[in-house]
Design a protein. Structure first.
Length: 661
């Protein structure tokens, strides 16, 4: 049996947990009582036949009717500090229905009836007073400094906040302003909206003045009480976004973004305030994630990803996992990366996702055949490869063993075990290669092109550098900045193509869905970016001044590097697909017998002599476009093509006859 003390504790906890609800009901009862009595007390002046008891009865029945309907409409479950128009409409409708219920009771149960006009007036005034109480609460919630009781605390809180201006007085900007005003723990205080719309300039939204346009703001921004600037410009044209970002980054104020993170696959619910990152500065239209056709294609299939622990392999796995495949097989020689990926998948999907982790080398043909025999994958994404250009220049035989013959082992296994599709992850360095890594990838593309008659569809997807991937220049720059510099670049003139990891993986999946036999697909990487400009932007985003706080040093091109990368062998052979970001290179491939003979001869030659000089010379004979980097770089900066690359996308030049190629 529960004692008196237990009952007391239960009641105390119940009341404390329901304190907000009880307080809200009490305030409503006071407002409704005041409103109803204001009208009903004067009813006796026009309805002499009603006694005081009748008026009190009407009063109580009206309050009970309205409050009950408010409960039914979940009015008291709303968080009123964030209430918007739909919440207020809910209250208006509940009071309207409550008033109708009262009228029905009045006509059916009472001898003397309240005039319809009196009932409408009472309900309306009661509603007006409860709404007014809500508005007053919201007003003081946004501006607590007005209340003298908390003035000292509010002043101290306000002084600790950072004054920000919100660029964009649209829906997202207003939503952010409301959030900052209502959240007392927010570290930001909105002081202005910046907007170019002449209809908004000079108006006040949520108590915040809208000023503009941009040109006037930039001239006067030093005189404004603004410390930081938050951009709220979703879904605008990339060129406009680039102009806005560059404009406000030049003000000396810290620039932030209120937006979904660049990796939208994992953060789709709510935008956040975040720093501008280097991915934002690509200024391209974002790739819509989770293409419905791709989801349908990969659903309920057994898929093998080699190199699954790497940057591209792991992102392919994450996106495939969302498509509910029958089974995922994650193969990698490096156990740490694929182990971490496996733990992530278990946390996210539990038993809903079936996947297996295989530690194996693609160079071991017996192991690869065992994996295919056990799992019988229908689709293979081959991302396993050595990718570091300078390291492969110093380890030529290993580049051949892993990149060429490891790929060949996987291709042969896919064909032997009747896989539906094999997708090779290639690189822009395979085009007119000047290094071992690029040449080995080009050799892999030649193998893909020679398998036209196979039952398995073999395709290659070629793209450039991926921001944030293992071995990418961006993590190196960030580390050098964190250490105080200097930031080292090979050459101020060097340019590269970049895309984000989720973007690259999504386009690879789309390509795999539509790919046909022995095709090489090229992803549109957008405009090429100068590595020097990339270093300058990263230093600026880190809060330092390039050349003053952090030095930028040229160290010269590394072995095998060239001044610019290409995505096509022959631009005139580029063909558009229905996806504007994916192109097909229509190049005449090699015959299978020819490539098989080349590989057999190559293997025998390596068995006799695996020195770097021999390997390089042999690969140059097999890959006709393979040239020494020194020869290519000697004339690159003087060519018209190189100058055009600084302005236009190479792919744009390939498909637009108005741009010289």
């Amino acid at each position: 049996m529960i004692g008196k003390k237990g009952v007391g504790i239960f009641m105390f906890n119940f009341i404390r947990g329901k304190s907000r609800l009880l307080a809200l009901i009490l305030i409503d009862l006071l407002c409704l009582s005041a409103g109803y009595w204001l009208i009903l007390d004067r009813v006796k002046l026009t309805a002499w036949y009603l006694s005081a008891t009748d008026v009190f009865t009407y009063f109580y029945v009206m309050i009970i009717s309205v409050v009950i309907v408010r409960f039914v409409f979940n009015v008291y479950r709303q968080m009123w500090r964030y209430a918007s128009s739909d919440v207020y409409l809910r209250m208006v409708l509940s009071d309207l229905i409550g008033g109708l219920i009262y009228l029905a009771i009045d006509r059916l149960a009472f001898k003397y009836h309240l005039f319809f006009a009196h009932a409408v007036a009472a309900v309306s005034v009661g509603l007006l007073m409860t709404l007014s109480a809500r508005f007053v609460y919201q007003f003081f919630r946004k501006r607590p400094e007005i209340l003298h009781l908390h003035h000292g605390e509010s002043a101290q809180l306000a002084s600790s906040k950072t004054n920000v201006a919100i660029v964009g007085a649209g829906e997202l900007g207003v939503m952010l302003a409301k959030e900052l005003l209502m959240n007392r723990k927010s570290r930001y205080h909105p002081t202005f909206f910046f907007d170019n719309d002449p209809r908004k300039i000079g108006t006040v939204i949520e108590g915040i003045k809208v000023i503009g346009p941009d040109n006037d703001i930039i001239e006067d921004i030093q005189n404004l009480p603004v410390q930081e600037i938050i951009l709220t410009l979703p879904n605008i044209d990339p060129a406009v976004r680039e102009r806005v970002v560059n404009t406000y980054m030049g003000t000396g104020c810290k620039v932030l973004v209120y937006d979904y993170p660049t990796d939208r696959l994992d953060h789709e619910e709510k935008p956040i305030i975040r720093d501008i990152n280097i991915e934002d500065l690509l200024f391209r239209k974002p790739v819509t994630m989770q293409d419905p056709d791709s989801v349908a294609y990969y659903h309920d299939k057994t898929i093998l990803v080699t190199g699954a622990g790497g940057s591209i392999g792991s992102e392919l796995t994450r996106q495939l996992a969302k498509m509910e495949p029958k089974r995922l097989v994650l193969l990698d020689i490096y156990e740490n990366g694929v182990y971490d990926l496996g733990q992530e998948l278990r946390r996210r999907y539990g038993d809903a996702l079936i996947f297996d982790t295989v530690i194996a080398s693609v160079c071991n043909q017996n192991q690869i055949n065992q994996v295919f025999d056990r799992f019988r994958p229908q689709i293979i994404f081959h991302a396993a490869a050595h990718k570091h250009v300078p390291l492969m220049e110093e380890n030529c035989s290993e580049a051949i063993r892993n990149n060429v013959f490891g790929t060949l082992n996987t291709i042969d296994a896919a064909e032997t075990y009747n896989a539906e599709k094999f997708v090779l992850i290639s690189t822009d360095k395979a085009v007119n290669p000047t290094n071992m890594m690029g040449a080995t990838k080009r050799m892999c593309e030649m193998i893909i092109q020679s398998r036209k008659e196979s039952k398995t569809f073999f395709v290659a997807v070629r793209f450039g550098n991926v921001l944030g991937s293992n071995g990418s220049v961006v993590p190196l720059f960030k580390q050098q900045i964190a250490e105080g510099g200097p930031v080292t670049i090979t050459d101020k003139r060097i340019i590269r193509y970049f895309m984000t990891i989720p973007e690259a993986a999504q386009l690879v999946l789309r390509t795999g869905k539509r790919a046909e036999r022995s095709e090489i697909y090229v992803l549109d990487m957008g405009k090429p970016i100068r590595i020097y400009d990339l270093a300058v932007k990263l230093i600026s985003l880190s809060g330092f001044e390039p050349g003053k706080d952090i030095e930028i040093q040229e160290i010269g091109l590394r072995p095998g590097e060239k001044m610019y990368e290409e995505l096509l062998v022959k631009s005139e052979d580029c063909e558009k697909t229905e996806d504007a970001r994916i192109f097909i290179e229509r190049e005449q491939g090699f015959e299978r017998a020819e490539v098989d003979a080349m590989l057999l001869s190559f293997r025998k030659e390596l068995e006799r002599d695996s020195s770097d000089a021999t390997v390089r010379a042999a690969l140059m004979r097999l890959v006709p476009t393979y040239q020494l980097a020194e020869e290519v770089n000697r004339t690159a900066a003087e060519t018209r093509e190189f100058r055009d690359l600084a302005v236009h996308s190479y792919l744009d030049a390939a498909v637009d006859p108005g741009i010289p190629s």
